[in-house]
Ligand binder design. Structure first.
Ligand code: HSE
Length: 333
């Protein structure tokens, strides 16, 4: 393959945004992911003489993330891009977290995607997004301990992405025929994806697996058709993963009941939790459902913040240096 590069001058900063994403979506464990608007991480990158990737600052992580390249999702993904492009100089990275680590909406994936896209931009965009799939999967693996693509691929490409759970470089972007509205809450407990994966059983019942498979098939057809009612039903049918993980989220039953009472078409955990999302048929309904979910989490003793949002169809992108993130609605309002 011939790679065309137009390296940015040493010292010149480039900013890239990696969006938040919802994964699993009920019965689609490690298989379905959806890119969501408004939330995400920004990685700033500039070429430096010293080879390798050097993270010099991280903000918004509460001091929890490592700057060591091999332990940082953004840096690992950026290093992969650098090696893929076979350039001799290095990159300096700073990471601005807009998503709390361990919140369940693809925090590590957003950083990995922003890191890979920022590195690609700084090298003069030698790769199309499809050329960064391996890089973002490897970045994500730093945090989750496994190569799964249901957060990184929607964050990279935007929209809904179907990905093979066993060969994550096989994926398909699925077009949605009409707008989809969501309420997403982030309960203030931390769930580490690695731990939430380790708690899952090695074996499950054949009939539970068959049930999940059939619900996932209905779901995919409904996504093509824009049939959000069927999605709302199917997203609550997971028998394999969510029943095991729901106990990690103390307000889970109250929030789910409140969302459905307020008119949501469905409500479920996203990713490994603790984030929960609800599907609605309008932006106004998403605001009402969000308010009900936040109030329920507060009453259940696990405050949350959240937002009413929709699907981000674009995925990773360049942003201006003064780009501003949205503010979450918190449980006190
Ligand atoms: N599919 C992954 C899981 C997503 O549920 O473990 C983690 O964010």
């Amino acid at each position: 393959m011939t790679i065309t590069m137009d390296l940015h001058p040493i010292g010149e900063w480039t900013h890239a945004f990696g969006p938040a994403s919802l994964s699993n979506l009920g019965p689609g464990f490690d298989t379905l992911g959806l890119c969501v608007s408004a939330l995400g991480d920004v990685v700033r990158v500039r070429p430096v003489e010293q080879p390798g990737v050097h993270v010099t600052a991280i903000t918004g992580d509460g001091g929890t993330l490592s700057k060591a390249t091999a332990q940082n999702t953004a840096a690992t993904a950026a290093l992969y891009v650098l090696r893929q492009a076979d350039v001799r100089h290095g990159l300096e990275l700073t990471i601005g977290k807009g998503i709390r680590p361990g919140s369940g909406i693809g925090s590590s994936a957003a950083s990995a995607v922003a890191g890979a896209w920022a590195a690609n931009l700084a090298l003069g965009s030698p790769f199309a997004k499809a050329g960064l799939v391996e890089a973002v999967l490897r970045g994500e693996a730093v945090a989750s301990g496994s190569l799964h693509g249901d957060n990184v691929l929607p964050a990279l490409f935007g929209g809904l992405v179907l990905v093979s759970a066993t060969e994550p470089t096989r994926y398909r972007c699925v077009q949605l025929p009409r707008a989809l509205h969501l309420a997403v809450i982030l309960p203030q407990v931390q769930v580490l994806t690695k731990e939430a994966r380790e708690m899952l059983p090695d074996q499950v019942s054949l009939w539970d697996a068959v049930h999940n498979t059939s619900e996932l098939a209905f779901m995919l057809d409904a996504f093509h058709a824009g049939d959000w009612e069927t999605i709302g039903h199917a997203m609550m049918q997971d028998r394999l993963v969510e029943p095991v993980r729901a106990r990690l989220v103390p307000c889970y039953p109250e929030v789910k009941a409140a969302a459905l009472d307020a008119g949501a078409l469905g409500c479920a955990l996203t990713g490994s939790g603790p984030a929960m999302y609800a599907l609605t048929d309008s932006a106004a309904a998403a605001e009402v459902v969000l308010g009900a979910m936040l109030a329920a989490s507060r009453h259940a003793g696990t405050p949350a913040d959240g937002l009413a949002t929709t699907v981000d169809a674009e995925g990773a992108r360049r942003v201006a240096p003064d780009w501003q993130r949205v503010r979450l609605v918190d449980a006190t309002v």
